[in-house]
Design a protein around this ligand. Structure first.
Ligand code: GLN
Length: 282
């Protein structure tokens, strides 16, 4: 069969299986199965697909039809233009999270500084920021050793040398200021989904680690923990920027204000939802 014919039938099959992006899924899986770029596939789509690549593609499409996320099947997802290795031990980087990177960059006017990313997962936020601010030092922390290994691997592959990663349960393994290392900016995309949210039973999130998605207290527990703890690890004037659910912005603003943060505001993501809220210390 030709590449085109295989892509068409796979896109149809994935559509029936309920994928929200059947054609793109098929193309990305074929790129991976055949080791060919999308441009190559568009140009040479009427050539015969060799048997081995055909078999590999069929197996990938079958797994995708069962609901497996494309990023776990190919082991890669692009974030902020950086190709990142992904694994089922961490959340798949999402385009919405680029809002958090933009908010942090907008507050990183000084030539040098230190940024901390808590719950770094693949390292997406830490590495995106580090790539834009080579004079800053970036620390990424995660409770899962597998995530820390993955983030460090991504830093090495991308030759981003101003980011380091460590295992820590939120702030537990960091030394508080003034004796420890204070940060000018602390960012996090913590778990913030309520345990009974029906969205947990749909799409890619079914295959992602629950510990990266779900938080107690209607999804607010980790956000509130970070808001109260971060103050001891920020420099004077330092910023805390948090990603949260699309209905959580008023609660997060209120918690930041109550904890004494200033200039508290929320930023919308590309879908027009308040997705990131931030404030700074005096
Ligand atoms: N935004 C993600 C989702 O809705 C959740 C990410 C998170 O909990 N940090 O699937």
């Amino acid at each position: 069969m030709t590449f085109d014919a295989l892509l068409n039938s796979a896109a149809q099959r994935l559509q029936l299986a309920g994928s929200p992006s059947p054609r793109v899924d098929a193309e990305v899986l074929m790129e991976f199965a055949a080791g060919r770029s999308r441009t190559w596939l568009y140009t040479w789509g009427d050539s015969e697909c060799p048997t081995w690549e055909h078999a590999r593609f069929d197996a990938l499409v079958a797994a995708r039809a069962q609901g497996q996320p494309v990023a776990y099947l190919t082991g890669e997802r692009e974030f902020w233009g950086l190709p990142l290795a992904t694994s089922p031990t961490t959340l798949i980087p999402r385009p919405d999270t680029e809002t958090l990177v933009e908010a942090a960059l907008a507050r990183a006017g000084a030539p040098t500084g230190r940024l901390l990313d808590l719950g770094t997962g693949t390292g997406a936020i830490a590495l995106a920021f580090a790539s834009e601010r080579p004079q800053w030092h970036v620390v990424g922390a995660d409770i899962r050793p597998e995530a820390v290994a993955l983030a460090a691997h991504n830093a090495r592959t991308l030759v981003i040398t101003n980011a380091t990663f460590l295992v820590s349960d939120w702030f537990a393994s960091l030394a508080a200021a003034p004796n420890g290392d204070a940060f000018d900016i602390i960012v996090s995309n913590p778990p913030y989904i309520a345990a009974d949210d029906p969205h947990l039973g749909q799409g890619d999130v079914r295959f992602e680690p629950r510990s990266a998605l779900v938080a107690e207290a209607d999804g607010m527990a980790d956000l509130l923990h970070l808001i109260t703890q971060a103050k001891a690890y920020l420099t004077p004037g330092g910023w805390l920027a948090l990603e949260h659910g699309y209905q959580q912005a008023p609660n997060v603003r209120q918690a930041l204000e109550k904890a004494g943060y200033r200039s508290v505001e929320s930023v919308e993501d590309m879908g027009g939802h308040e997705r990131v809220t931030l404030g700074h210390l005096e």
